[in-house]
Design a protein around this ligand. Sequence first.
Ligand code: ADP
Ligand code: ADP
Length: 231
Amino acid sequence: SEEIRLVGIGKTYAGGNAATAALSEIDLTFRRKEFTAIIGASGSGKSTLLGLIGTLDRPTSGRVYYGDTDTSRLKADRLADFRFERVGLVFQHFHLLPALTAVENVLSPFFGRRRGDARAKAERLLDRLGLGAKAHALPSQLSGGEQQRVAIARALVNDPDWLLADEPTGNLDSRNAERFFDLLQELKTETGCGIILVTHDLQLARWADRLVEIKDGRLVGDRGLAGDDAC
Ligand code: ADP
Ligand code: ADP
């Protein structure tokens, strides 16, 4: 199945100092059914890397391939569709739309697109995540853990091949954070998606199959994790 391949990736922000690139010379391959944690200190380039993996942003140099597709060759509107079909995203602050109910938030990636049977899918996902009774609640009526589950349902509503998450446990207590990691393992087994997660929490990163470490914009570690916590 389709791998994500980063080849010779560099990223320098416009207006930023060219001498301090956010990322340099990154080569990485991600496989489906693999749960990768990207770790590193604050400012090391983790979020930048995740944004490039997810095609939210474009590299200054190098290429991001999904299978045989060189995403740098896709124009912006085509890239948005490409991303919609393949990638689900969960962010630290969840970014739920405050005026929409939980189920409407889950459906929000479909704005301007054909929904098909997505509503039934959204309701099933919320049930599955223990939020069936709160499908019509507003984000302000939900706890942090509940909001996070809405954000996860939103990321999964289109059956993505890849689930990308940026510090998704940053606003959760340790119990909810561990539950979140259990859920990721279940999803990986059930759907075969690839999971790529950015965290600075080493305690939680040990639940991953693979640890990729970034320091000052460079790849300094890439190792598989054996043992009971990995599949
Ligand atoms: P991390 O996620 O590891 O905290 P980031 O990827 O957010 O790291 O940031 C890496 C570097 O790029 C930092 O020096 C940061 O200040 C810089 N940076 C991140 N986003 C931007 C941006 N939009 N414009 C300019 N510089 C940025
Ligand atoms: P931080 O890790 O600094 O708290 P966030 O998790 O809030 O950052 O968001 C990370 C980056 O992703 C921000 O630049 C934000 O604008 C962008 N972003 C957040 N949500 C989405 C989304 N649903 N689609 C596209 N980009 C998003």
